[in-house]
Design a protein around this ligand. Structure first.
Ligand SMILES: Nc1ncnc2c1ncn2[C@@H]1O[C@H](COP(=O)(O)OP(=O)(O)OP(=O)(O)O)[C@@H](O)[C@H]1O
Ligand SMILES: O=P(O)(O)OC[C@H]1O[C@H](OP(=O)(O)OP(=O)(O)O)[C@H](O)[C@@H]1O
Length: 302
């Protein structure tokens, strides 16, 4: 591929590996963004849209997009703040995956119990900007300045090993299930921020001609995200219980209510959040709903 073939194309950055990669590939498939990636090539052309995908480390994507070299991308909210790009990139939409929290962690068995105890000691992290910002405020609060301030040291990975290796008194690292933290004998004493994968675009309005294409892929990706988040719930309900039932399944805009051959009964169809479906079905049964069915969505537009 030569560079001219990128001319005029929307450049779309995707994490090349790591936690966000697989979900991004399935979002592209759901949005019908078709590509064939040649082995080891980090740039590839989309065959059915004027788009080129650029596969990059998740943490590099905010600055590429922020500086306008790349127009849109998917990455973590955490790395946007760490790269200090929040003023230069616009977060178009949360994507509902890559959820984790950046947390301050210390040895479970140690004497440090709070972030105030940790202030002035050694903290190892891959998030040195956010950690420095966080501990600057703690240091100021507890009256530490100059040489007595918390020492933040950067490592690129395996942060959780730093305390056991004697390199740190505490760490700042991402936590999802907590398995990594517990396996390292650590526990969390504070949360610096919560994160999730986001679709971003450059805030620099350099490429006005690309706006319609950005809108198109945004709307398609929103459909894929909603399809992952919602299921369709359909059930029959005695007419006199209609209000009780629709209060339980109000839908995104409003439920669809259809008559049944039997005059005393109605059929209701409604979108419901996937994660809430079990208690919702319990409540529907309690108000007299019958024949409750749940359907997964392949795709949708909302
Ligand atoms: N355990 C996790 N659960 C959910 N999301 C996570 C988790 N760890 C990281 N993330 C999200 O994924 C982003 C990329 O993290 P990841 O560790 O995959 O990066 P990487 O350094 O590119 O990959 P690798 O660790 O393979 O080198 C993070 O910035 C965060 O937003
Ligand atoms: O709470 P958990 O579910 O255990 O997830 C947390 C771990 O996930 C991330 O690392 P990842 O496994 O992506 O690898 P890395 O350490 O190479 O970045 C993060 O840096 C933690 O180590």
């Amino acid at each position: 591929m030569n560079l001219e073939s990128l001319d005029g194309r929307l450049l779309f950055a995707i994490p090349k590996k790591g936690r966000l990669h697989e979900r991004c590939i399935s979002i592209l498939a759901g949005a019908d963004i078709q590509f064939r990636r040649h082995h080891r090539l980090d740039v590839c052309l989309v065959v059915n849209h004027p788009i080129a995908l650029v596969f990059l480390p998740a943490s590099d994507i905010p600055s590429f997009v922020g500086k306008g070299n790349i127009h849109v991308g998917i990455t973590g909210h955490d790395v946007i703040l760490e790269a200090q790009m929040q003023g230069l990139v616009t977060e178009i939409m949360r994507l509902g995956f890559g959820k984790c929290a950046l947390q301050v962690q210390v040895p479970e068995s140690g004497t440090i119990k709070t972030v105030d105890d940790l202030a002035g000691k050694r903290v190892v992290t891959s998030f040195e900007v956010l950690s420095a910002e966080y501990f600057d405020a703690i240091d100021a609060r507890v009256g530490l300045s100059g040489d007595r301030k918390t020492q933040i040291e950067y490592v690129g990975g395996s942060v959780e090993a730093a305390c056991a290796l004697g390199l740190a008194d505490g760490i700042v690292d991402l936590v999802e299930s907590g398995d990594t933290m517990r396996a390292a004998g650590l526990h969390a004493i504070a949360t610096v921020l919560d994160s999730e994968a986001v679709l971003i675009k450059s805030s620099v309005p350099k490429h006005a001609h690309l706006a319609p294409l950005i809108e198109l892929i945004t709307s398609r990706i929103a459909g894929v995200v909603a399809a992952n988040k919602y299921v369709v719930c359909q059930y029959n309900i005695p007419r006199e219980q209609l209000h009780a039932a629709t209060a339980i399944t109000p839908g995104r805009r409003a439920p669809t209510i259809s008559p049944l051959e039997s005059e005393d009964w109605l059929a209701i169809t409604s979108m419901v959040e996937k994660g809430k479906i079990a208690p919702i079905m319990d409540r529907l049964v309690a108000v007299g709903a019958e024949d409750i069915m749940i359907f997964n969505l392949d795709n949708c537009r909302v």
